[in-house]
Design a protein around this ligand. Structure first.
Ligand code: NAD
Length: 307
């Protein structure tokens, strides 16, 4: 093996993880993936990466996975808010307890820096937009509560155990390899799939609810920059575009990208859905040296050409 670093990527067969692995390998670096293939797919594994199949909460597997790595990107999780609600204890085990196991293994392996996926879900009911990192965290779901728990344990890891970490609060990530067949997938892949089939797009409620959509390429750039910035402070930064897009606007932009019109069907609004979500990217851009986000229409073209 060359002198290039070896990275551990948990969840590397998933949507975001597979893009990260591909980028690391394209940069000539080495990648080891730990994934149980529960939602991830073997075909997503970036060529050149090695795969350990198993549970991220398994301490002996983690000890082996951490051997010789320069850093760990921790992305493995039950990433569906709905599933975490239904399977509360199992989601807590994977989303929080396994994270503590990752931190523990990273300490034991010689304080391997850990960059991990948090989520905008930590802000929950906070409607004071745009949300900066100092905004109050008020999770509304088991998923959001566990992600916030990860941030608290990461802080403990730095203060008590001297372990460098950095958390990233992803907003609505989109891009190729987001499974449109999954009911929990991002709205963009589901809309794109329907458009390509010539079927009407179903929107819950009036469609004026808004989201901050961030392309997976920007997320990968943030993850790589975060590894260089991990420290003992237990910091967590937003990864967002800073632009609000309504679901209706999204449907229209996607239809324009396909060069066609689309029929929109409105369904009853979903109970408990956050009406607006918008992040402030200022602090993360400064701390991580990130560039301005890609335009939505530009990112959407990538999704359509993948599908
Ligand atoms: P994903 O479901 O595509 O990827 C998660 C990966 O983790 C999958 O490959 C899955 O097989 C693996 N995994 C799940 N449980 C595991 C376990 N017990 N042991 C080992 N591997 C396991 O989801 P994603 O969208 O790529 O999300 C990656 C991370 O980003 C997650 O932590 C998620 O919570 C977070 N996140 C995603 C978004 C988004 O918009 N996609 C937004 C906020 C946060």
């Amino acid at each position: 093996m060359s002198a290039q670093p070896l990275w551990l990527v948990t969840g590397g067969c998933g949507f975001i993880g597979s893009h990260l692995c591909a980028a690391l390998i394209a940069a000539g670096q080495h990648v080891r993936v730990l994934d149980d293939l529960s939602t991830g797919r073997r075909e997503n594994l970036a060529p050149g990466a090695t795969l350990m199949v198993g549970d991220v909460g398994d301490p002996s597997l983690l000890a082996a996975a951490m051997e010789g790595v320069s850093g760990c990107f921790h992305l493995a999780a039950i990433a569906s808010v709905e599933r975490a609600t239904r399977e509360w204890r199992e989601a807590h085990r994977v989303n929080l307890s396994a994270f503590v196991a990752v931190l523990d293994a990273a300490c034991a392996a010689g304080r391997v820096p850990v960059v991990y996926a948090s989520s905008a879900a930590v802000y929950g009911s906070n409607a004071d937009l745009p949300l900066g990192e100092t905004a109050a965290t008020r999770p509304l779901s088991a998923y959001g509560a566990d992600k916030l728990g990860c941030e608290l344990h990461a802080r403990v890891a730095g203060v008590v155990h001297g372990l460098p970490t950095l958390g990233l609060r992803f907003f609505n990530v989109y891009g190729a390899r987001q499974d449109p067949a999954s009911p929990y997938s991002g709205v963009i892949s589901i809309f794109a799939d329907r458009l390509l089939r010539g079927e009407p797009i179903a929107i819950f409620g009036d469609g004026l609810q808004s989201r901050d959509f961030v392309p997976v390429s920007d997320v990968v750039a943030a993850l790589r920059a975060a590894m260089m910035a991990a420290d003992l402070e237990g910091r967590a930064f937003n990864v967002c575009s800073g632009r609000a897009t309504t679901v209706l606007e999204l449907a229209r932009t996607l239809a324009d990208t396909c060069g066609g019109n689309t029929a929109i069907r409105h369904l009853p609004a979903r109970a408990g859905e956050v009406r607006h979500s918008l992040g402030d990217p200022t602090a993360s851009r400064t701390a991580l040296g990130l560039t301005a986000p890609r335009e939505l229409a530009d990112g959407l073209r990538d999704v359509m050409s993948w599908m």
